[in-house]
Design a protein around this ligand. Structure first.
Ligand code: ADP
Length: 364
């Protein structure tokens, strides 16, 4: 398609229009299109030297007749999709008119995500809050029966704990998505893996699940220790929680090129293929009942996803229903900048590649 060019407009206007970013169309008083900016091309707004849409032609004609700027929202086809735009028409005194198109699809999508999130949070908070209120009534009614009071108050404690975990996860998620990395230090993988495995040792013991750590030792990555502990702990908590009693969870550390890979595998029920693409979404659960039973908030993997993104890495989930799942964190390995200037012949002192060793599994 040949674009209308700026041959018909003055040199100054030519310069001005080509300097403007975004989707712009300049139309003459008689409706002839004088200029279409390159980003407007995928919208196929123009046929020959006329605007293709009769609705758009009418909108322009009305603005020209009134001699007043006008705006309206419009959804336009761009390739296979329809996107939302605010179209502004600015008529000039000579009858020509400038059309500009603001793409508001992403803002609308984010708005919908935000609304969904608020609705989900409210729903998630409502459950324990309603339970607490009912339990408080039950305690009041059972005031004369100490056993019943003990029973109801212990359930109140469990609901309050659930609320605290949910609020904690929400705060973590909010900080992770807004603040990025709070600290950036070289961190030994062994050290944060150990802290994370320690944190799940009690629930693993309760479920008689063995957690086995193996792989390369002495690897270092660059990042925020607290966030890294959080990510590995969440993967281990899921692996243990979704394992059968007496199952084995393996955490394996490997170096793969410029990345350190931390894989957490379980022998649980696995995740169906159609759910696998959604499990990193906030509040998505394959089986909501099962998730609540394991004390899950539905936010653990969303937190993992943010931690990986903050560190310039990612997390891969693989699963076979009936056999188990493996979640692999891929995080850029730390390369000491001082090492870049070392004498390459001086192997002994070089800090570029930290010493690594393969270990037998450490049973926790
Ligand atoms: P939750 O707190 O519910 O565990 P997550 O965000 O950590 O939330 O996980 C989302 C969902 O992904 C879980 O509800 C569960 O359905 C599924 N899932 C996560 N890890 C595993 C796993 N290791 N085995 C089976 N399902 C899992």
């Amino acid at each position: 398609m040949r674009l209308p060019t700026l041959a018909a407009v003055s040199a100054e206007l030519n310069q001005l229009l080509t300097a403007l970013p975004g989707i712009i169309v300049l139309v003459e008083e008689n409706g002839t299109v004088l200029y279409v900016s390159p980003p407007a091309v995928p919208l196929s707004l123009v046929r020959g030297d006329r605007l293709r849409s009769s609705r758009l032609r009418k909108f322009i004609a009305d603005a020209q007749a009134l001699g007043q700027p006008a705006s309206r929202e419009w959804d336009l086809k761009r390739g296979e999709e329809r996107d939302d735009f605010i179209v502004h028409a600015s008529p000039f005194s000579d009858g020509s008119l400038l059309l500009t198109f603001d793409d508001v699809s992403e803002a609308k999508r984010l708005d919908a995500v935000r609304r969904d999130f608020v609705a989900n949070v409210s729903h998630e908070l409502k459950t324990p809050v309603s339970a607490l209120s009912l339990l408080a009534e039950a305690v009041a009614e059972a005031a004369e029966d100490p056993d019943a009071v003990r029973h109801f108050t212990s359930r109140m404690k469990a609901e309050a704990q659930r609320l605290a975990v949910l609020v904690g996860d929400l705060l973590d998620l909010s900080l992770l998505s807004h603040e990025g990395l709070r600290a950036i230090d070289p961190i030994e993988v062994d050290s944060f893996v150990l802290t994370a495995t320690d944190a799940v040792s009690q629930i693993a013991q309760n479920r008689r699940v063995q957690v086995v750590v193996s792989g390369e030792r002495g690897l270092v990555i660059y990042g925020d220790r607290e966030q890294l502990v959080m990510a590995v702990r969440n993967l281990l908590t899921n692996a243990v929680g979704y394992s059968p009693e007496g199952g084995v969870v393996t955490l394996t550390v490997t170096r793969n090129g410029d990345y350190v890979e931390i894989g957490v595998s379980d022998q649980g029920e696995g995740i169906p293929e159609e759910a696998l693409t959604r499990i990193f979404e906030r509040f998505f659960r394959v089986d909501p009942g099962r998730s609540r039973q394991t004390g899950g908030t539905g936010l653990g993997l969303a937190i993992v996803k943010h931690v990986c993104a903050n560190h310039g890495g990612d997390c891969v989930a693989e699963s076979v229903v009936g056999e188990g799942s493996t979640f692999t964190l891929r995080l850029p390995v730390f390369i000491d900048p001082a090492g870049l200037f070392d004498d390459p012949d001086d192997d002994e002192e070089s800090p570029v590649a930290p010493a690594t060793a393969r270990t037998e599994g450490i049973q926790l």
